[in-house]
Ligand binder design. Structure first.
Ligand SMILES: Cc1cc2nc3c(=O)[nH]c(=O)nc-3n(C[C@H](O)[C@H](O)[C@H](O)COP(=O)(O)OP(=O)(O)OC[C@H]3O[C@@H](n4cnc5c(N)ncnc54)[C@H](O)[C@@H]3O)c2cc1C
Length: 261
């Protein structure tokens, strides 16, 4: 059940230019959060900006009652968030989203992340590894300066492939192409993906054609985060019936066979 919590910022770290990690002491959310859940964060103490900003949970540390999130500074809201300091309180709603990653009972999993889409995949990889699933992570970034979390993902995977579009770090090209090559050698039970829409469309097409189960986390623009504004509706087709579901409520994680993106 989501709660509104006033949580203290107990850690703040700049990972690379414009990308920050915040650690929050928050027992209520840490004890119930699952991989794929997100938070709606009130970035300032005033009414401006009015809307909270949705940010995925990156890491859940139940032992210490801590949750962590990572964000890229994009506009007004995330800039205000970046200016918050250790010791200050943040008003957060969470854990949000009923569609979360299914981590149970898989022998082999491929995880595909693009850009800031890699952040919600860390807790997933961590829990799969705890479940003894064989995990390969494919992470794609535009360029070397944007590469983050390499050692963190190394620790929670059996194999890690990092690509950059321009070849400035590790493999040159798109992460999805390396994943497809590996699928020719050995198909996983499941693929998980989060990242830009064009990448998600490609992985959806591939997984559906190859008949591999695929769960995708959508980071659509969102207003309220609690299904009041219907701003994040997506079309889903289940058993031939078309319907609309909401990224904030039924998502953010959808099965690639159901969702129309
Ligand atoms: C479920 C969910 C989980 C998310 N998780 C993360 C996360 O873990 N880390 C992270 O860095 N970001 C995440 N995002 C995106 C993040 O919410 C937006 O970047 C943020 O709300 C932008 O707010 P702003 O006030 O800084 O920018 P605004 O001033 O609102 O917009 C600035 C620019 O960012 C673009 N933008 C705004 N929202 C989005 C979006 N959802 N997707 C793509 N572009 C957007 C706008 O088009 C505009 O160009 C997530 C979004 C959703 C819906």
């Amino acid at each position: 059940m989501p709660v509104q919590a006033i949580a203290k910022i107990v850690g703040k770290e700049k990972l690379t230019e414009g990308i920050y990690k915040f650690s929050m002491k928050c027992k209520e959310i840490a004890e119930t959060a699952k991989p794929g859940n997100f938070l709606e964060i009130k970035v300032s103490d005033s009414y401006e900006p009015f809307l909270r900003r949705p940010i995925s949970i990156y890491n859940i540390d139940k032992e210490n009652d801590v949750i962590e999130f990572i964000f890229q500074v994009k506009g007004k809201g995330t800039k205000m968030l970046m200016e918050r300091k250790i010791g200050e309180d943040l008003d957060i709603l969470g854990p949000l989203g009923y569609g979360t990653f299914d981590t149970k009972g898989h022998k082999k999993a491929y995880i595909l992340g693009g850009g800031i889409g890699v952040f919600p995949l860390y807790e997933l990889a961590k829990e799969l590894t705890e479940e003894k699933t064989d995990v390969t992570v494919y992470m794609g970034f535009k360029t070397k300066d944007l590469v983050t979390l390499e050692t963190e993902f190394e620790d929670v995977s059996n194999k890690l492939v990092i690509t950059t579009d321009d070849g400035s770090y590790k493999e040159k090209g798109f992460a999805i192409d390396f994943m497809k090559e590996d699928c020719k050698k050995e198909k996983p039970d499941i693929i998980y993906a989060c990242g830009p829409l064009p990448m998600l469309k490609l992985v959806q097409e591939f997984a559906n054609a190859e008949n591999i189960r695929c769960q995708m986390s959508l980071e659509e623009r969102m207003g309220c985060g609690i299904q009041a504004c219907v701003g994040c509706a997506v079309k889903v087709v289940k058993n031939g019936n078309e319907n609309y579901e909401y990224v904030c409520k039924q998502g953010p994680v959808f099965d690639s066979k159901d969702v129309v993106i």
